[in-house]
Each structure stands twice: as structure tokens, then as C-alpha cells.
Design a protein around this ligand. Structure first.
Ligand SMILES: Cc1ncc(COP(=O)(O)O)c(C=O)c1O
Length: 501
């Protein structure tokens, strides 16, 4: 146990208090108020670990098993219990936000502000998407990553989907009775999407902090050989660690797809990379660069307008892969979602023009790098240095282990920041199905929170000011004030304001 307080002037009395607190409260989730609130939510009862209790929220609709609130919904509900509402949202700092700011950026093309709706867009679009958009996606990938290669993408390698999660569920629906592996922490939705399709079995392994959360290709190879893994899924760049697999490692990963394993790479943050050298700005990273034959290599790419183009509300995304995959996704799309919004698909076409893309990428990288550097500097000034700073995405995976208990666990830190009108995401949501398996205190993500630097700079500063206030309070009054007194009721006036995404 580390009992380091992030301030140079710690007196001995404080240390004794800390030890007492640590011993008293924090060995098991049962002793933590924040964790007990989490357990009381529908779908979060531990299964197999503690005796099952009847949860009326789960059983009021015959035959319906509540899937448990997703991390985003849980965090929004907890924020509402602490007074957050969409009318008061400007008073809050939302560092939990998994979306980039959508407003104009310096030197970026103007934001789209109108769309056309020709009569035929009132019809359904094909479940694989509008052909011109599929062609535009294929062209962009060939232009950016595949110049000079014999094998080129065509529209037949592209399936347009109504959002990234829709792409994931279309994919999950066509994965057979196989083992699918992914390494945690990774994007929260994988756990739920994969477990909603019960034929496939997710096999998680934990990424090692000592290896900077790098993807362990050797481990992947062992899993393929020993456990019969047929599919590998990873976000790259990775949400929430902000690390990226690139160069030879990415090449090796793609090579697995020529040896009988399907490799699914979720590349939603492929533009959010921050080279040290200004001359390297404007690049992006994709496995498309290392695919040899676009119809033979079973590497599947998911991306879309949500993050890179900063248009999460458009719900226009794509899955790229061998032709046979695209025809399978057309089938699953026809029973799952019915296809992406027709007018928005037409509106997306000009945004995929390589010249436009280059300008967007450059503006985005400069702006987000400045925000990243700013927030890292401010955290350092608070003695919350980020050991493994993000080289990509807009997330910081912050280890709180060195704070005194109970601030050293993500869920309690989250609750304390809610009192200060700031939202972060507790790390346990990036674990696989954590509430159903074990004492949450044993999760590899227990000591972490994810901070997003997606929002505008002023909001980030507001959030860091809130962290500063919590740490000052700890210094001034000790730890007694923390870990308790959390509000649990959502006020009537905000009930029904559901979470975004
Ligand atoms: C890695 C990753 N993939 C996919 C998505 C989801 O994209 P969409 O909002 O288009 O469903 C997200 C959003 O947070 C993400 O972080």
C-alpha cells in the first residue's frame, strides 16, 4: 500500500490519520459508500460472489433481464443526484465526456451548418450505405494509406453503419461460436456488446502498466495458440489509456490476420496523435497501411465521423474489410438497425475529400495537443503527475494509487468530484463486466479514473480547479470528510433527462 500524499509538507499526524483511514475503510467494496451505491443500481448486483437479492428494478418486466447501466449512464445518473441537469450543465465541468468539442477550431474548415434533403433521401438507404459515400471512404483510405499498393479498396469493402457501436454490434452479430479476445482496459462498450451476443465468448487479458499499456503481441499469439482465439478486438489508438500500436507492432498485428485470426481494429481516434515534431503533424494511423490484400487479409477497421470529424451527432460511420464481410454486415444491419440516416450520408461525402481531411487533421492535432499539454501541466502542478501520458486520443488514464485512501480509488474520487460539479469516469467501467465477478477493489482499474480533454479548454480548467479544491480540502481537514455523505436521489425536476451516448 502506498501512502504518499501529493504535497511536500505533510506532517506526521496526517500520516497516522491516513494509516488509520486506510486500515479502517478500504479493503473491501462493502466498506465503501461509493461502491455500495454502485451495487444498488439495477444490473450491478454481484453474481456468484455474494448471495443474489431480488432487485425489483430488474424483475418488474417479465422476461426482461436488466443489462446494468453503462458507465456513461451510471455517471450521468450520479451527476444528476448531485444537482447536474442539462439546464445547469454550464456550471459543471464534464471531463467524463467521451466526445470531442464540436465547435469551430483555429484554421479548421468551417463547421457544417445545413444539409440538403433531395426527395430520394426520404427513402431508406441501402443497409450497406449509399454507394457514393462507400466510394469516398474507399478512396480516402487508398489515398492516405495505400498509395502504390496493388490491392486497393473499392466500395465493396466498405459498409456504412449508423455509428461506431452499431458497427460493433453488426460485427458481433456475425461472429460465430468462437473466442474473442481483448485486452483491458479498453472501450467500455465492448464488454456489453460482446456479451449481448451470447454465441461468442470474450476472453480478456490485462494490459501491463510497466509495459506502458502496450499491446502484447506475444501474449496475443500465445492466446491464439493455447486458447483457440479466433478474433482479436482492440481500439487503436486506445480508449482509455491514450496509447497507440503503430509501426512494426501494428504490422505484426495485421500479419496475424493472414494466419487465420480475424483482427478487428477500432480506429475512431486515428487522427488524435500528437507528434513532438511540428513537421509530422497531419499524419494519422491506420492498419490499412499494413494490409496486403484487402480481400484476403481478415483485418477489419471501424471508424467514422464521430471523433475524427468531430460529428458525433451525425451517426455516420463505417466498417472496412474483405467483401465477404461487408455482405455479412449488410445482413446483420437489415435486422439490427436498418442502415444509417440517408440525408446525412450524402452530406458526409464532401467531408471525405482528402484535401478537406488534411486541413481538419492538422487543425485538430494542434488544438488537442495544446489542450493535452495544458492539462498535463496543471495535473503535475497538483502533484498528480501522469506516469504514462497519452500519445494519442483525448483521454488521460490517471492512476490515483498514491493518494491517501479513500481518494485513491476511482469510484470515491469520482463521487468527491461530483460534489465539486465535475464529472470524470471511474476506471472500473473499463474492466470487463467488473460488477459481476469480483470484489471491485481487486479490479486492475480500481485505482484509476479517465479524464477527457475532449471538451473546450475553459471546461478543462474548471475541472482541474475542482480537483485542486478536493486535494486542498484533504490537506486542510484530513480524510474524514471523504468517502461518505453521497446523495442518492435524483431530484424530480431532472428525472427523465437521459444520458447522452
Ligand atoms: C473506441 C471507441 N469506439 C467507438 C466509439 C463509439 O462511437 P459511436 O458514438 O459512433 O457509436 C467510441 C466512443 O466513445 C470509442 O471510444
Amino acid at each position: 500500500m502506498h501512502l504518499h500524499f501529493p504535497h511536500p509538507r505533510v506532517d506526521f499526524g496526517h500520516i497516522i490519520d491516513q494509516v488509520r483511514d486506510a486500515v479502517k475503510h478500504y479493503k473491501h467494496e462493502k466498506e465503501s459508500e461509493a461502491h455500495q451505491i454502485f451495487r444498488q443500481q439495477a444490473g450491478h448486483n454481484p453474481k456468484g460472489v455474494l448471495p443474489q437479492t431480488v432487485n425489483p428494478d430488474e424483475e418488474t418486466v417479465p422476461g426482461i433481464l436488466h443489462p446494468g447501466s453503462t458507465g456513461v449512464i451510471y455517471c450521468s445518473d450520479r451527476a444528476m443526484a448531485n444537482g447536474f441537469s442539462y439546464t445547469s450543465s454550464h456550471e459543471w465541468a464534464n471531463l467524463g465526456q467521451g466526445a470531442p468539442e464540436v465547435g469551430p477550431l483555429p484554421n479548421a474548415p468551417p463547421r457544417p451548418d445545413s444539409i440538403k434533403m433531395p426527395l430520394d433521401t426520404l427513402e431508406y438507404a441501402p443497409t450497406t450505405g449509399v454507394k457514393e459515400l462507400r466510394e469516398a471512404v474507399a478512396h480516402l483510405y487508398n489515398h492516405t494509406y495505400r498509395q502504390g499498393k496493388a490491392s486497393q479498396y473499392t466500395f465493396e469493402n466498405v459498409c456504412i453503419v449508423p455509428g461506431g457501436r452499431s458497427g460493433l454490434s453488426r460485427l458481433a452479430a456475425v461472429i460465430g461460436d468462437v473466442y474473442t479476445s481483448y485486452q483491458i482496459p479498453d472501450y467500455t462498450a465492448y464488454d456489453q456488446v460482446l456479451s449481448a451476443f451470447r454465441r461468442l465468448v470474450p476472453v480478456p487479458t490485462a494490459l501491463d502498466q510497466k509495459k506502458k499499456y502496450g499491446f502484447d503481441i506475444e501474449q496475443a499469439k500465445r492466446d491464439i495458440a493455447n486458447q483457440g482465439i479466433a478474433v482479436i478486438l482492440a481500439s487503436n489508438p486506445r480508449n482509455p489509456t491514450g496509447q497507440v500500436i503503430k509501426g512494426k507492432e501494428l504490422k505484426d498485428l495485421v500479419a496475424l490476420s493472414r494466419d487465420g485470426t480475424t483482427v478487428i481494429l477500432d480506429e475512431f481516434y486515428s487522427w488524435y496523435i500528437y507528434p513532438e515534431n511540428e513537421s509530422e503533424f497531419g499524419q494519422s494511423i491506420s492498419s490499412a497501411k499494413y494490409i496486403e490484400d484487402v480481400n484476403e487479409d481478415s483485418t477489419i477497421i471501424i471508424d467514422g465521423l464521430t471523433k475524427n470529424w468531430r460529428l458525433p451527432g451525425w451517426r455516420v460511420c463505417w466498417v472496412i474489410g474483405p467483401k465477404n464481410l461487408v455482405t455479412a454486415l449488410s445482413q446483420s444491419g437489415s435486422f439490427l438497425d436498418g442502415g444509417a440516416n440517408h440525408p446525412m450520408q450524402l452530406a458526409a461525402i464532401p467531408l471525405l475529400d482528402p484535401v478537406h481531411v488534411k486541413q481538419e487533421k492538422l487543425a485538430l492535432q494542434k488544438h488537442f495537443k495544446a489542450k493535452r499539454d495544458h492539462i498535463l501541466k496543471r495535473l503535475k502542478a497538483l502533484h498528480l503527475e501522469v506516469e504514462i501520458p497519452p500519445t494519442s486520443t483525448f483521454y488521460i488514464w490517471l492512476n490515483l494509487e498514491r493518494l491517501p485512501a479513500p481518494l485513491n480509488n476511482g469510484l470515491t474520487f469520482f463521487e468527491e468530484l461530483l460534489k465539486e460539479k465535475t464529472i470524470v469516469i471511474p476506471g472500473i467501467f473499463f474492466d470487463i463486466n467488473p460488477s459481476h465477478r469480483r470484489n471491485l477493489f481487486n479490479s486492475p482499474c480500481h485505482h484509476f479514473v479517465r479524464l477527457s480533454f475532449g471538451p473546450p479548454l475553459e471546461d478543462l480548467d474548471k475541472g482541474i480547479d475542482a480537483i485542486d479544491r478536493v486535494l486542498k480540502k484533504a490537506r486542510k481537514s484530513g480524510m474524514q470528510a471523504f468517502g461518505q455523505g453521497y446523495k442518492t436521489e435524483i431530484p424530480d425536476e431532472v428525472l427523465g433527462e437521459s444520458a447522452v451516448a
